[in-house]
Design a protein around this ligand. Structure first.
Ligand SMILES: Nc1ncnc2c1ncn2[C@@H]1O[C@H](COP(=O)(O)OP(=O)(O)OP(=O)(O)O)[C@@H](O)[C@H]1O
Ligand SMILES: [Mg+2]
Length: 256
């Protein structure tokens, strides 16, 4: 079983779009997948038409309470379950900061479900907080969407520095270019610069800027399901293929 986080300390870079399509692509490849929505905005739950889990408080989430398992919902897709978020999740940081060893609590909480899945995907809120540090320690791979613009580049460099300063495993950080507009000179230049500065850090696959992805809010379904032949769906499947190798899912025996 592998835990893969879709994470960035920057908002609106495509974390949720990636989590939703990657979850669907992994499930379509025959793996049992749990998409765990850690963002109180509940966007990935919304995309999968799953209602918020009102009874799952932050205490129940982190205490290995059976309410966590009971809150898991089946999606409309085979092999794919969703743990929906709710507004109580906005208190995760305050709650964690009051606990002993807060950074190891997420991994412990997910132990309750790890036997049932081959992949647990985490859709993370945009912050660099105690919850984020718990995500960094729980995840086998951290997938970071980066829009090839100056501010997004800067945020990614801040994240690399944070990992180095805090002895976090930088080899678990995998970046991917998101919302790429090939006609823009700035995008091409930023991608070249980042790939030069961080060789092997970036996936080869790139997600194009695509109206089909924006439509997910209307269709409330992954683009890999609704428009499987679109450029965006093909790019997400290519991301999926690379993530399978980078996270070691291709070598995974299935044991926890
Ligand atoms: N490849 C894409 N092309 C065009 N629009 C996109 C693409 N990916 C995401 N979007 C749009 O950009 C917005 C932000 O995307 P998304 O919600 O996935 O980002 P996020 O990083 O999860 O944001 P947040 O930090 O708020 O959780 C959404 O409106 C989404 O529809
Ligand atoms: Mg999001």
């Amino acid at each position: 079983m592998k835990i893969i986080a879709c994470y960035s300390n920057k908002g609106g870079v495509g974390k949720t779009a990636t989590a939703v399509n990657l979850a669907h692509a992994l499930a379509a490849s025959g793996r049992r997948v749990l998409l765990c929505d850690l963002d109180p905005q509940g966007a990935s739950s919304f995309y999968f038409r799953v209602k918020p889990s009102r009874k799952l408080s932050e205490a129940r989430f982190f205490d290995g309470d059976e309410k966590m398992v009971e809150s898991i919902r089946a999606s409309d897709y085979e092999n794919l379950d969703i743990l929906p978020a709710n507004m109580a999740f906005r208190n995760f940081d305050v709650f964690l900061s009051q606990m002993k060893q807060p950074r190891s609590r997420l991994k412990k909480a997910l132990a309750a479900v790890r036997a049932d899945y081959e992949v647990i995907l985490l859709d993370c809120p945009p912050s660099l907080s105690t919850l984020s540090e718990a995500v960094f320690r729980a995840a086998d791979a951290i997938l970071v969407p980066v829009i090839p613009t100056t501010l997004s580049q800067r945020t990614f460099e801040q994240l690399l520095a944070f990992f180095a300063e805090n002895d976090l495993p930088t080899d678990r950080l995998h970046a991917m270019f998101s919302m790429v507009q090939t006609t823009k000179r700035l995008h091409a230049d930023t991608m070249a610069e980042l790939q030069g500065a961080c060789p092997d850090r970036f996936l080869t696959a790139r997600i194009p800027f695509a109206t089909d992805v924006e439509r997910m809010g209307i269709d409330r379904a992954p683009v890999t399901a609704t428009l499987p032949n679109s450029a965006a769906a093909r790019a997400y499947r290519a991301v999926c293929a690379e993530v399978v190798v980078r996270a070691g899912l291709d070598r995974d025996t299935g044991t926890a």
